[in-house]
Design a protein around this ligand. Structure first.
Ligand code: FAD
Ligand code: SF4
Length: 511
């Protein structure tokens, strides 16, 4: 073998830069399924099954295109368990003159592969990841010129540079931001009829993987029933078309709304296909913009959707790669509680949280507001150690890859980076959940979102006030939370003491 092209589980793009200049007649592909990737965090069955099935489909397609693929399956008797060990073995067996790899999404994996190549003395070429609009070096350059990192400036800059949703005289529709039109709560009647979720029938390869995961990973969390995630590029493109036709027009309006047992609503379900590189963000953004130009979706929905991909997705990647490895240890709020055990079972004592957790474990999916303002909010208000929160999120979602998961968890959701990524902690009381779900959870809950003390106090509400008491100085120093923390002035000393004592007592029931 002249060059061995290393393809990781989240690099399933036949046009990736690692393949540049390579020739199936002389070069070969290397891929490995290893236990380490499902056990370094205790990955759900759904997440592992998605990765393995998509990898096996990609390998089959490359073979059909004339490539030799050296593929180590999870259940091979000789499987050495880690990427580093498998790569070391492949280098000894195949004696490649060189290795090529597209820049990986995970700092840990980059170190492992560099280490194995270095130890074997084989040159490793790391090619830039063309999947993204913004190169990490460009991000670092942009970040150096900013007094603080903020999504809005970064996003506007990228829209201008790439001519996305732009008209001759400025942003399409006359504004950069349509947040005020987006993010409505449902009325008391709820969402009504919602579009059907993805329904992709598992083929023979997927069925084999599901059986493997059921036996090999029997003690891993979560379920596998109803596996319907795109595992090939063709399926991912179909999922994109369905989203544009059926969900995009209402995407913005209901982006932040919550409803019991309504996991998908108008969300795209495209994150896993994007993160595995079955889809490129450019084709997703272009499809959304084309729908608006053709009058098939309103500007607010399209801007709201493109902001997530061209904005947030690129932004968090820049944060991750410019801050690692230090970022992983962030704990600016000095939080040290253990993650409650019910995060792994879904048996939370509150219906809003139990619904989001059960759905996560069953489907490998929860939408953004469930992740941020139900699950993440609870962990933050409780004061859970950020590293434990990070490990949970990385384990449970089908779209979880560290470069995107970690800044969302440590930065956006837990404020563990002290404000590097978000301008304020995302904190709210149970009233927020009540409003965004039109009372549908609270009306069937033993707690009251308007109560902050006493036996029927909503745990979110009580812990929200406790959080403000614990971090009063920090919140008062921040112009975006100053007003919020002023409400503490209304609390008598007795009520403050009760909030603190009851919150401590509640914490002791949660581990
Ligand atoms: P939609 O709601 O349809 O959004 C469209 C697309 O925009 C998504 O597919 C995704 O690619 C992108 N997007 C939206 N929000 C973000 C964001 N904040 N950061 C980056 N991309 C975004 N996303 C992941 O891809 N992997 C993760 O591991 C992940 N972990 C998260 C953890 C927390 C605590 C939070 C608050 C958010 C996390 N997100 C993560 C972002 C977001 O919640 C998911 O991308 C989204 O819920 C996936 O569902 P969807 O494809 O239906 O997205
Ligand atoms: Fe959730 Fe509080 Fe409402 Fe109960 S009262 S459903 S805990 S927000």
């Amino acid at each position: 073998v002249r060059t061995l092209v290393l393809v990781l589980g989240d690099q399933l793009d036949a046009a990736a830069a690692a393949f540049d200049g390579c020739d199936p007649a002389r070069d070969a592909i290397w891929m490995a399924e290893v236990a380490e990737e499902s056990t370094h965090v205790w990955s759900t069955k759904m997440r592992t099954a998605l990765f393995l099935s998509a990898m096996r489909h990609f390998a089959a397609e490359r073979r059909a295109a004339g490539w030799t693929v050296h593929y180590r399956a999870l259940d091979d008797a000789e499987n050495r368990g880690t990427l580093a060990n498998e790569l070391a073995h492949a280098i000894t067996a195949l004696r490649p003159a060189g290795l090529r790899l597209t820049a990986p999404g995970d700092w840990r994996v980059l170190q492992a592969i560099r280490g194995a190549a270095g130890a074997a003395g084989v040159p490793l070429h790391i090619a830039p990841d063309r999947h993204f609009y913004c190169d990490v070096r460009d991000f670092a350059h942009w970040a150096r010129g900013q007094s603080e990192l903020r999504l809005e400036t970064f996003y506007r800059n990228l829209r201008q540079r790439h001519g996305v949703l732009m008209e001759a005289d400025g942003p399409a529709g006359g504004r950069w931001n349509f947040d005020t039109e987006n993010r409505a709560p449902f009325g008391p009647q709820g969402p009504g009829a919602t579009p059907l979720p993805l329904q992709i029938e598992p083929d023979a390869i997927t069925r084999e993987v599901l059986a493997l995961v059921r036996t090999r990973l029997a003690d891993h969390p979560g379920a596998l029933n109803g596996f319907a995630w795109p595992v090939t590029r063709t399926q991912a493109l179909d999922a994109l078309t369905r989203f544009i036709d059926e969900r995009l027009p209402a995407f913005g309006q209901w982006q932040d709304a919550l409803w019991p047992q309504a996991p998908w609503l108008w969300h795209s379900q495209l994150a896993s296909a994007l993160n595995l590189k079955l889809l490129s963000p450019r084709e997703v953004v272009d499809a959304a913009e084309t729908a608006w130009r053709a009058g098939r979706a309103p500007i607010a929905a399209v801007e709201g959707f493109i902001r997530q991909i061209l904005g947030w997705r690129e932004y968090v990647r820049g944060v991750y790669w410019t801050q690692m490895p230090r970022y992983a240890g962030s704990n600016a709020l000095d939080a040290h509680e253990d993650l409650p055990a019910f995060f792994w079972t879904g048996d939370a004592p509150m219906p809003c949280l139990a619904d989001a957790l059960r759905q996560t474990l069953d489907l490998g999916y929860a939408h953004h507001i469930q992740r941020l303002m139900v699950i993440g909010l609870y962990a933050q208000l409780l004061g859970v150690e950020p590293a434990q929160v990070h490990r949970w999120y990385l384990a449970v979602y089908v779209d979880a890859v560290e470069w995107v998961e970690m800044p969302n968890v440590l930065g956006m959701s837990q404020y563990a980076d002290g404000g590097l990524m978000s301008s304020k902690p995302y904190i709210a009381s149970g009233r927020y959940i009540e409003r965004m779900s039109a009372g549908s959870y609270c009306s069937r809950c033993a707690f009251d979102p308007g109560q902050r003390t006493g036996p029927t106090a909503c745990p979110y509400t009580r812990l929200y006030w406790d959080f403000m008491l614990r971090h009063e100085t920090l919140l008062a120093d921040n112009s975006r939370t100053r007003q919020q923390v002023r409400s503490l002035e209304r609390l008598e000393a007795g009520e403050r003491a009760a909030i603190r004592a009851e919150s401590e007592a509640w914490r002791r029931t949660q581990s």
